[in-house]
Each structure stands twice: as C-alpha cells, then as structure tokens.
Design a protein around this ligand. Structure first.
Ligand code: 26Q
Length: 835
C-alpha cells in the first residue's frame, strides 16, 4: 500500500479511536455526528430519521473502506485469482443492517444512535432498497456476493446501475398497479462514483477489412454510435472477516467528444439529444417477461455492461506486472449468471482477436477456460434468442464472430459424430426455426468450460433436454450446483428472535457453518425448548400481522396457521392452484355450517410482469376471493386471505420468519430451483410442495415425514403431455373441482361479472400447459393432511425444529464453496488490516 493511502496514525490528542474507522459505539457516534455536519449538512433542529440514516450509512461505509482497500491490495500483491460474477441483476436489499451485522458492530450502532436520541430500527426503516432485479436470479447473485466475501474469495460483481429498478406494486381495487421505483431520489450513500473508470461501448454500424502493419487481414468495426459506461462501486463486506469485495455497476453516459465536436447550433442540440438517448441505456430494469425479450434496448443493456466489465478486466490485467493477457484464465474466472451476459463470449473474442491481435485459437482457448455458465431455466419460451437481422444490425462484428465460432464448433461436432447431420443442425448456435436467430444458451455453453444447473433435478433435466446434445459432446463440462441463500440476511438479520434462541442453544457458529443447526435436533424432546420455539414464531407472526393490517387492512390472528406463498406471479408457479384449494375450503364451510376447520391465514405476495395478462388476473382473483372470505362471518372464523403488496427484500424480512407453511407448488420440472423454499425452511416453516427444483433436496434433508408432498412427478407430467392432457376428465371426476370452477366463472367473487375471470378459468379448462387440474385432488388432500397435522402442536413444533436443524445444506456458503472448488479454482485470501 502506498503511504499516501495509509490511514494517518493516531495523534497524541486523538487517544480514542478515529471517527472514520473506530468500531466502538463512541467512535461510531462521532463518525455519525461528523457526517451529519459535513455530508448531510442540516442544522440540528431540522434533523429527521432519514438524515440519521444517511449519516449512519456513510459512517458504516467509512468502516468498510479500509477493508476494501486492503482487500484489493492483498489479492494484487499475492497475485490471486479473482472471481467475476456477471449478472444483469443484483437484488441487494437494504444494506445498512447487513453491513452493520457483517462488520460486527450491531451493539455499537444501536448504542451510538441511542446516544443521539434516535432508534436504530427507525433509522433502518428509512432505507430505500436497490431493487435491481426481478426475483430469484437477482437475489441469488446478492446472496453469492455475501458468501464470496465471507469465504474470503476476492470477487468483483459486475452489473447494471439501473436508474429505475423493479417497479413498486400497488393494489387498486384488487388489481396490480405499477409505480416507478425512484430508488436514487434521495441519493445512494453506499456507492462511490468512479468517473475516471469509464469505457467506450460501440453499437450498430458496419465492419470492414483492412491490412495491419504486418500485412495481415484484420477487421475493423465502424460503429453507428458510441456510448460510455462509468463505474459505480459498492463495497461488499464479508461477515466476521476483513475481506471487503466490490460490486461494480455500470451507468451509461454520452461520450463527451460528440458534444465538443458540434460547432453550429443544430449539431450542438443534436449532440445534446444524443446524450439524452445514451443515458436511456441504463434507465430501467426489464421485467422477466418473454414478450419484452426482443427489444433492442435489452440487448444494448446486456452488451453495454458486459463490454465495460470485460474491458475493465483486461485493463486490470494490463496493470499486472507479472501477467499477460494469455494468463487470463489463471487470474480471472468469469461466471455468466444465465444467458443475459452471454454476449461476453463473443465480446472477449473480439477484444482478444481484433483489439489485442491474438491468434483465433489462442483467444478461443483463453475464452473457454475463463467462462463458466449457470443455467436458470428450462422453459423453452424463456430461453434467450435474438432475431438474426436485428442482432446483426446492432452488433455486426459479434455476428461475424459468432458465425466463426459456430462453424468451427460444428466441425468439431462432425468430427465427433460423423454422418450425424441432424445433430449438427440441432446444435447450431444459429437457429433456423421460426426465422433465423442467435441462441444465447448455446453460445454460453460452447464458450464455457463449466456449465451448471441450480438444483439436482434441474441439472439432470438440463442434460436430458435443452442441452442434451451438448452433454453428449462434453459430459465432463456439466455439473450441478444447488442454490443456497445467505443465513446472515435470511436468519440472523430478519429473524432476531430465532437468532437469539439459536445462539443461546447451540452458540453462534451457525452463522458461518450452517450445518451446526443440526445441534438443535437434541433439543426437540425438550418441552421448554419447543415452547420457546413457538414463542419466537408467535412474535414473528404478530409482527407480520401488524404489517399486513397496515398495508391491506386485513386483520390476521397470530394464533392461526400462517400459510404463505410469496414469489413472482407466474402460471408455472401455480398461485391459482392455491386459490382453488382456498375456494374448495370456502365451499365446504358454506355447505356445512357445522364444519370446523383448523384456522388459517392464506398469505400471498409477488409481482406480475406488467405485460403478463393471466398473472395479473391471478392477482385480481386472489384479492377478489379474499374480499369475499374476509368479510363473511360464516367462514372468516376459520380462514382469511391477504395479498401483501410490493413483495421485496425488505418485507421478505418480515414474511419468511412468520410462516408455518411454505407453498412450493410449481408443476414438476418447471421451477429450476427456487430459493424462497430455502428461506422458509431455515425459518422453521414446513413445506407443502411438488417434487420440483430444490424441493426434492429439501425433502431429502428434512426427511419425508417432515414434508408435505403432493402432485405429479416430472416423469408423469411428461407422460401426460405425450398422451394428451385432458382437463375435462379431472373436472368430470371431481364434483368439488367442478363447483369451484363454476363458482369463479359464474361471477361469485366478482359481483356477478362473468368476464373478468373467464380467461383464467378457460385456461384451466382447455389450455393449461401447467396441469393445474391434474394436481388439484392431490393438493387438496395434502392440505387436509396439513390441517390435521397442525392440530397436534407438539408434533408440528418438532417438525418445524427439524426443518431448521436440517437446512444447513441450503446456505449459500455451501453453494459458493462448491463453485470455488469445482468451477473457479479459487482459494481463500486472508486480508490483514492495521487498525
Ligand atoms: C429475459 C429477457 C428479457 C427481459 C428479461 C429477461 C429475464 C430477466 C430475469 C428473464 C429471467 C429473469 C429471471 C429469472 C429467474 O429469476 N429465475 C430463477 O432463478 C432462481 C435462481 O437460480 C431459481 O431459483 C428459480 O427457480 C428461477 O426461476
């Protein structure tokens, strides 16, 4: 470290810790006071909680900054390999609480703020979370950054600094209404703008041949426009270690020279307009909506952040005295989070061949050795494809490079499978069906030395379906890496009651060694422990009930079973199957006034893509059924329904810890993994679920007797599809199901309106790829078993404790350790910091 950057030594007058770095309550208090004065700049009388939030965040950031500098310096000094996680989404959630936790200064932060007369929780609540992701995939990236830092692996996360993240959801008259998420309105204290770290990104135009000095034919890309990407860095502090990694998000700005070259006013204003359009590149996060998938701007976003990231990596390589670009695979691992960054394969080839003038074969060997690809979906409609014409108009040089990659690759296929031209056609990166297109999953696969799925079942299906031919070509490249979630955020931070009980019972080692939760098993026969376990859950339910009352007006009783389904709204996730059971129970109560049901609160949350017609009607249906049930005295003694608006990371903190029952009811084979299922399990919820995604492994770990299984297996789903699915048979065979569908279609929940839910019911009756009616009877029967089990409080508590005790596998620390050992080949780097 240069002396310039070394923190000044304590002076004789400064006998206490310094206000920027000290970890005591007093040092932190002084740090906050300094920031209130010098950064927030408000007179004391005008200070509100949000000002304390900003000052506290800045004081906490200061404390990460020494770790951050030391972490970079250490990995540079030691020449250690760095993992780069390329992801179009990072759903980070609120930062203050987790940074304070990871730094180990919770008591200090509480005391410091108390000393200033303001509550820590009140300050935490001021944070506007960065919602820079849609759901599972973006949140997974955030969990992985937490684990990478905690496991002391030098890492850079690369992504997009969207000015507007995922929309805020409001519910008006039962319908979803989208509001723009202006998360930067009050500034972002966590990021540090790096205006000097910027790269040009070309777009459009054409290519031409030229001869270089040595007389070799080369290609030049003459772009139609150039956009500039600027880095914004957010520190990622590991838990209980000095390692502090970085999330670098790229923001688009116009290239200044455009404006400077404009001499007359016409050009000047044109140049300024150009600037305005350049900045739209990082304006908004796209929803995970297939209909949106063909948009130019989406491709530009992907190429923009990947190009900036790869230029940055090569720039770091240039600065290394002891390495050349040929050493890239020894110095960096580049992981593709789904296909969204997969244009990186062609971009790295372009940078190496066109700009660094490497030989094609050398460049290709480097590329394949450096990239890994994680697949997150098997749904054919969700696999990214770009129309060839559009792709060529936007990225003409990349299309040429992809053709070259493809032609060399298909020669390899021919060599390995002589005479199998059908296989060659199937494996082409350029698809022919329904107009020519570039198949990004194939590009990512061909360009990576390691390809993985995100749960055991998913990885098997991947090798069996979408990437079957590729598996047959390179079986050694394929593996499974079951997802995981960070126990720091999803247990310690969001469930302080359980955290306290765990610490008192088994010590606090579980925060970094989640397997140690197994230690709880020896307490399940202790009635006092089970009572404490229930008390914690009860308090969490009361906390959620308060939030539900405030956000929806629905009154929930925390003594009832809390049955929760929170996730994006999608047909394959089958929130409507949940609704069919609710209406079934409603009908039973109406038809039999003497029936007693185990009282349950059915709680939903999740956003629908704005253009997803059926998903939006599912939200309306949930709310309509809720409005009927919640106000009907015949039934509301036994059931209530609440739709929590705007499910995001912040309110997830209230939701997972309050669940008794976790709904994981997707059609088998459709949910790649799921990660909410893991968050529920850790927090002691029992799962009702299909054999889909990671549910399979959750059941294996928990034990079949502690899991409510229902529904068709993936094999059976395939079989039914081959034979022809006939929903009418299921209706004919089940009088309850027929009445439930008639009730919804007949307008019972819609004031007699028979139109509003017709598309949904018609879909179920005639045209449902997700086989809802085929699983209906099994699901309702299973829910009846759940209700029976709930009656035995002690038995339920035992099962709940066992679910938490056996959730260790689902820590992102386990998942990341596997990626490090088996894909990235990176080991821990201990960072020392002088304090
Ligand atoms: C694609 C094209 C155009 C616009 C948007 C998109 C897009 C954006 C986001 C497509 C998909 C996503 C997100 C997908 C996602 O979250 N997948 C989930 O990933 C989790 C982590 O592996 C899994 O647990 C879930 O099963 C999977 O659905």
């Amino acid at each position: 470290m240069t002396d310039l950057l070394r923190p000044p030594a304590a002076t004789p007058t400064d006998t206490n810790e310094r206000s920027r770095t000290g970890l005591s309550a007093e040092a932190l208090r002084r740090g906050i006071v300094d920031h209130l004065r010098y950064s927030v700049g408000r007179p004391a009388a005008a200070l509100r909680p949000e000002h304390f939030y900003r000052a506290t965040a800045l004081a906490v950031r200061d404390r990460m900054q020494d770790n951050r500098v030391a972490s970079t310096q250490t990995s540079l000094d030691l020449g250690r390999k760095v993992t780069c996680y390329l992801s179009a989404e990072f759903l980070m959630g609120p930062q203050l609480g987790s940074n304070v936790l990871n730094l180990g200064i919770e008591d200090a932060a509480r005391a410091a703020l108390e000393g200033l007369g303001v509550g820590y929780d009140e300050v935490l609540a001021c944070e506007e979370e960065p919602g820079l992701g849609n759901g599972g995939l973006g949140r997974l990236a955030a969990c992985y950054l937490d684990s990478l830092a905690t496991l002391e692996r030098p890492t850079i996360g690369y992504g997009i600094r969207y000015e507007f993240g995922i929309f805020d959801q409001e519910i008006h008259d039962g319908w979803q209404v989208e509001k723009t998420d202006n998360w930067l309105a009050n500034g972002n204290p966590w990021e540090i703008a790096k205006p000097d770290v910027h790269y040009p990104v070309n777009w459009g135009g054409h290519t031409e041949f030229y001869s270089d000095d040595a007389g070799n034919q080369r290609v030049r890309w003459i772009p139609g426009r150039v956009i500039e990407g600027v880095a914004y860095d957010t520190p990622i502090q590991g838990y209980g270690v000095n390692t502090c990694n970085v999330l670098t998000l790229w923001s688009a700005r116009a290239v200044q020279s455009f404006a400077l070259d404009a001499f007359n006013t016409g050009d000047y204003y044109k140049a300024v307009e150009e600037e305005v359009t350049s900045e739209t590149v990082t304006k908004v996060l796209y929803p995970n909506d297939e209909l949106e998938a063909g948009k130019h701007l989406r491709l530009l976003q992907q190429y923009f952040f990947v190009s900036c990231s790869l230029q940055h990596v090569l720039h770091i390589m240039d600065d290394l005295a002891d390495a050349s670009v040929h050493d890239l695979p020894e110095r960096f691992a580049l992981q593709l989070n789904d296909t969204h960054p997969s244009i990186g394969v062609a971009e790295l080839m372009r940078l190496l061949v066109d700009e660094r003038r490497l030989d094609w074969n050398d460049a290709w060997a480097i590329t394949v050795a450096t990239f890994g690809y994680t697949n997150h979906t098997l749904l054919p409609e969700a696999l990214e494809k770009w129309p060839l014409g559009m792709f060529g108009a936007c990225l003409p040089r990349h299309l040429e490079i992809i053709y070259e990659i493809n032609s060399r690759f298909l020669d390899e296929v021919r060599a390995k499978f002589p005479g199998d031209e059908d296989r060659v056609r199937r494996m082409s990166i350029i698809g022919e069906e329904g107009g020519k297109s570039v198949k990004m999953a194939y590009l990512a696969t061909v360009g990576s030395h390691a390809i993985n799925g995100v749960a055991a079942l998913h990885s098997e299906l991947l090798k069996d379906s979408v990437l079957k031919d590729f598996f047959e070509m390179w079986p050694e490249r394929f593996s499974n890496k079951t997802n995981g979630v960070t126990p720091r955020r999803f247990l310690a931070l969001s469930n302080p009651g359980l955290r306290g009980l765990l610490d008192r019972t088994i010590g606090d080692g579980w925060l970094t060694h989640l397997d140690r939760l197994r230690g709880l098993e020896s307490f399940i026969e202790d009635p006092a422990f089970r009572q404490q376990w229930r008390d914690v859950k009860r308090a969490n339910k009361a906390r959620l009930a308060d939030f539900v009352r405030a956000s929806t007006g629905v009154e929930l009783d925390p003594t009832w079973m809390f049955d929760i389904q929170v996730k994006r709204i999608h047909e394959y996730k089958r929130q409507h199957l949940n609704v069919l059971n609710i209406v079934t129970q409603y009908l039973r109560l109406k038809q039999n006034p003497r029936l007693e049901l185990a009282p349950r609160a059915f709680i939903f949350g999740g956003k629908a893509a704005p253009g997803y017609f059926l998903a939006k009607r599912i939200i309306k249906l949930i709310n309509a059924v809720g409005d009927m049930i919640n106000f009907d005295p015949d039934v509301n003694r036994f059931m209530k329904v609440a739709f929590v608006p705007n499910f995001n990371v912040q309110n997830a903190h209230l939701i997972y810890p309050a669940a008794n029952l976790s709904e994981q009811i997707s059609t088998a084979g459709k949910e790649a993994s799921g990660t909410g299922n893991m968050k529920f399990m850790m927090n002691g919820a029992l799962t009702i679920g299909t054999l889909d995604g990671a549910n399979v492994e959750i059941r294996e770990e928990a034990g079949a007797e502690n899991f409510f299984l229902f529904g068709l297996t993936e094999d059976q789903v395939q079989q039914i599809k081959r034979d022809g699915y006939r929903p009418a048979d299921h209706i004919a065979a089940n009088a309850e199901l027929a009445s439930v569908l008639d009730l919804i279609a007949g307008g019972h929940f819609s004031h007699g309106d028979t139109e509003v839910f017709r598309p949904l019911v018609d879909n179920l009756r005639y045209d449902d790829p997700f086989l809802v009616l085929a699983d209906y009877a099994s699901y309702v029967e299973c829910q009846d078993r759940v209700s029976a089990a709930w009656q035995d409080r002690d038995a339920w508590s035992r099962m709940s404790i066992l679910n938490t005790a056996r959730s260790g596998k689902f820590s992102s620390d386990r998942a990341i350790a596997e990626y490090c050992d088996e894909i990235w080949n990176v080991s821990p780097v201990t960072v020392k910091v002088e304090r």
